[in-house]
Ligand binder design. Structure first.
Ligand SMILES: Cc1cc2nc3c(=O)[nH]c(=O)nc-3n(C[C@H](O)[C@H](O)[C@H](O)COP(=O)(O)OP(=O)(O)OC[C@H]3O[C@@H](n4cnc5c(N)ncnc54)[C@H](O)[C@@H]3O)c2cc1C
Ligand code: SF4
Length: 507
């Protein structure tokens, strides 16, 4: 009997388990459906990226001789959801079973498991660490820390290893990766691609159907095929990787990408695999031109953080994205959707997000994420924003980064302490504060940088939870040393900022 082989928009890998399981006579099903494009208000660039990459992948499957049924978003018969498309295709073909690779989101797993069709879910083995392996590693540990997991992955893959010791003698060169960046007109930009006819057609559809979503569709220059993703990888390794480590945490107003790779979009769609990317980076380091802090720092993000957050997402279960350990309830301020703000750092991060569907890690963590956490925004709203606005956002990787790392809403599963800072950190790592109408050095007063009073307000309101954390003891000592009158002035000014956020006044 015919079986349907489901390929989702972030499963565009020819070695996908579902495709490997296909037998002659089976039919591959791909569908651009309203449910997936609309369960959050995705950035138009993200929708175009996924649809165009799907159409290109479908072409490759056809060329490889696969039987394929592809539904476009504007096809009149489009049934609107993955499950209803499968039902329609099962009726058309007489198929009695669906073979799928396990989706990267609890919502879709439930939709497939609870539907009326017989569905076999195969593991997604496009990762270095299987979910069973992660669970075995996590089992019995009091807390899960990325660094220990990462060392296991280094041993497992042999990447940058000297026998059983880390190359260079240290596991982690993060200390060397916290420098400021200077503007450099010769710094390479990420590889850009001209839209072909398939992409152009997708852009027209997205413009017509999703043009009102937050985000600018044009210019669109993401790669949409594996071949292009490989070129982007080559380009990154050659031009940006050597300086990647040094400026990994830096932010510059006029340089949105610095030395970052932008490879997350290709990795998360399945156009590149994590091991091949890391092996390419290791090879460049072995050949000479790449410093160890750059290669190690990059490889850690992929076999460390990326694999770690996936393990956490699936281990923690379907309620993970709804957690709210700090009981934060504020509405997401309008400035996140482009509303007016006097804060130069937030304006830059949001403008960039609207134009590029991209921000690098420190912009996500220490600007937009930090402010939402200090302001006590409901983490579910923060989660929805990140899931919508970034081209690389898929729940298995976005939720643990947002709900866990950035908002501490999982109570400390991903991180041992909240990532909060005053304006001082942003000033140290960026040039945003130059020319901001707020004064980053002022803790109180009409010009004070809002991060400053909000930072102390956050620490004060969550004292019971964090004061005993050894990594935060020094900060609390600084707070205790302040005069009571200074403390109360700070808290009062923080309250005034929070009130202004509530009444949607410009901050
Ligand atoms: C609040 C918040 C939300 C985030 N949401 C996403 C998301 O939806 N999708 C996503 O892929 N990443 C997310 N990240 C992680 C990280 O910011 C992005 O992976 C990175 O910015 C992608 O840009 P890049 O490819 O230029 O990364 P680079 O700086 O070049 O890093 C190389 C690669 O390492 C991986 N990586 C780096 N950090 C992480 C991390 N913390 N978790 C997982 N992988 C990582 C990515 O695959 C990335 O391509 C989020 C981080 C935060 C703080
Ligand atoms: S002064 Fe404060 S608000 Fe302004 S850019 Fe610096 S950190 Fe951001």
């Amino acid at each position: 009997m015919v079986r349907l082989i489901l390929v989702l928009g972030d499963q565009l890998s020819h070695d996908l388990t579902a495709l490997r399981a296909a037998e002659p006579g089976d039919v591959v099903v791909m569908a651009e459906v309203a449910d997936e494009a609309g369960y959050v208000q995705h950035h138009p660039k993200k929708i175009a990226l996924v649809f165009s990459a799907m159409r290109h992948f479908a072409e490759e499957l056809r060329e490889a001789g696969r039987d394929l049924l592809y539904t476009r978003s504007d096809d009149p018969g489009n049934a609107g959801s993955i499950m209803s498309e499968l039902i329609r295709r099962a009726e058309e073909t007489g198929a009695g079973e669906v073979i799928a690779t396990r989706p990267g989101e609890w919502r879709l797993i439930a939709a497939l498991e609870d539907g009326p069709l017989k569905v076999t879910l195969l593991p997604d083995d496009r990762f270095v660490c299987s979910l069973e392996e992660f669970d075995a590693w996590a089992e019995g540990r009091k807390e899960l820390r990325m660094e220990w997991f990462y060392r296991e992955m280094r041993r497992k893959t042999g990447l940058m290893m000297d026998g059983d010791k880390p190359a260079g003698g240290k596991w982690n060169y993060d200390h060397d990766n916290r420098k400021r960046a200077e503007p450099d007109m010769f710094r390479a930009k990420p590889m850009q691609f001209t839209p072909d006819d398939i992409t152009q057609e997708v852009l027209d559809v997205v413009e017509a159907r999703f043009g009102d979503n937050f985000g600018e569709l044009h210019p669109f220059w993401f790669g949409v095929t594996r071949r292009q993703a490989l070129r982007a990888l080559d380009h990154f390794v050659k031009y940006s990787l050597p300086g990647f480590g040094d400026v990994q945490d830096a932010m510059l107003r006029d340089d949105r990408f610095l030395n970052h790779s932008l490879l997350s979009i290709y990795l998360n769609l399945g156009l590149l695999g994590p091991l091949e990317v890391c092996e390419r980076v290791e090879k460049a380091w072995q050949a000479g031109g790449v410093p160890i802090n750059a290669a190690e720092g990059f490889i850690r993000q992929i076999i460390g953080w990326r694999e770690f957050v996936r393990g956490v997402y699936f281990r923690e279960g379907p309620d993970y994205a709804q957690r709210n350990a700090l009981n934060h309830q504020r509405k997401l301020p309008a400035l996140y959707w482009g509303g007016e703000t006097n804060m130069a750092c937030l304006r830059a991060a949001v403008d960039q997000t609207r134009e590029e569907a991209y921000a690098h890690h420190i912009q996500r963590l220490m600007v937009t994420g930090n402010f939402a956490l200090l302001a006590g925004v409901n983490p579910a709203e923060v989660h929805e924003w990140y899931l919508a606005v970034y081209a690389d956002a898929f729940e298995w990787v976005e939720a643990p980064n947002t709900v866990g790392m950035s908002q501490f809403a999982d109570g400390g599963v991903v991180g041992s302490k909240p990532y909060v800072s005053s304006g001082n950190y942003i000033n140290k790592m960026s040039d945003y504060c130059v020319g901001c109408s707020h004064d980053v050095k002022a803790r109180t007063g009409p010009k004070a940088c809002p991060f400053n009073p909000l930072y102390w307000h956050f620490l004060n309101r969550h004292r019971d939870r964090f004061a005993k954390n050894p990594r935060m003891a020094n900060i609390y000592r600084t707070w205790e040393r302040m005069k009571a009158v200074e403390q109360s002035r700070i808290l009062k000014e923080a309250e005034a900022i929070l009130d202004r956020l509530s009444t949607e006044e410009v901050v």
